[in-house]
Design a protein around this ligand. Structure first.
Ligand SMILES: [Fe+2]
Length: 257
């Protein structure tokens, strides 16, 4: 199968966005969530759900699903730079924000998990074989529990962009994957945080699969100088809103790039 060029993918992205804009102008609701069969994101065409989601009995599934206790998560796990003998290479960053419900109330005691590529854009994963170096001092996973005010904080390094095989010369903007566990396994939500002013936003079919520009914008952390730590790290603030019109987009089970 021949792969498309970036220009072809970008044309498709712009055409879908223009359609979505017209539909909103004609009185339709903005598309706050990605289309599950979003053609520019090629593999979504084959693996998007085509049937109604299966509703599970939450009590039944909790018998066999993972569980965690708050005492299982150490404070040290929110610092991704201290897990090895030496410090990882890269731009040290502090990422912090609030997990909020649709009314702006803090969501406390939430397990927040993150995973990310290293500064060179490489994951520690057997399926990631592109020729960027692994960092022996960086695994790229962390966990934290939100506090009384719903706040989480991670110390990490800024991930690099990385190539993927959606089309020729396809690159993902730098991002951190986030999972919110909820109070039970059936409530788990997964999304991605991006960094301001990334030149790859316009080209990325995953970022662009949300047709509404304002909803896309909510996935971008803001540089926050008050969060930067003198002589140590640069600060990015990213709030996660779980429900309502300002909610943060969450992935379906099938999206993992
Ligand atoms: Fe990723």
């Amino acid at each position: 199968m021949t792969m498309n060029s970036q220009n072809e993918i970008t044309e498709e992205i712009l055409a879908i966005e223009a359609d979505a804009r017209k539909s909103v102008e004609a009185g339709g609701s903005p598309e706050l969530h990605p289309r599950r069969d979003y053609a520019p994101y090629r593999s979504s065409l084959l693996r998007h759900p085509t049937h109604e989601l299966v509703r599970v009995d939450p009590e039944e599934i909790e018998r066999v699903s993972p569980a965690f206790g708050h005492t299982d998560v150490s404070l040290l796990e929110s610092d991704l730079t201290i897990a090895h003998a030496a410090e990882p290479i890269g731009e040290r960053i502090t990422v912090s924000g609030h997990v909020l419900d649709g009314e702006g109330r803090p969501v406390r005691n939430q397990l927040v998990e993150i995973w990310q590529a290293n500064a060179a854009g490489r994951y520690v994963h057997k399926r990631d074989q592109h020729p960027a170096p692994l960092d022996p001092n960086f695994t790229g996973v962390g966990r934290a529990i939100t506090g009384e005010n719903g706040e989480y904080t991670f110390q990490t390094i800024k991930p690099g962009p990385y190539p993927w095989r959606n089309h020729v010369n396809a690159w993902r903007p730098a991002h951190i994957h986030f999972s919110l566990f909820g109070s039970a396994f059936t409530q788990r939500l997964v999304t991605q945080m991006y960094f301001p002013s990334d030149p790859l936003f316009a080209l990325d079919p995953i970022y662009q699969s949300i047709a509404d520009p304002a909803a896309r914008q909510r996935l971008i952390g803001a540089y926050d100088h008050s969060l930067s730590v003198p002589e140590y790290s640069l600060g990015y603030r990213w709030d996660i809103v779980l429900t309502g019109p300002k909610s943060t987009w969450m992935e379906g089970e099938e999206d993992h790039d």
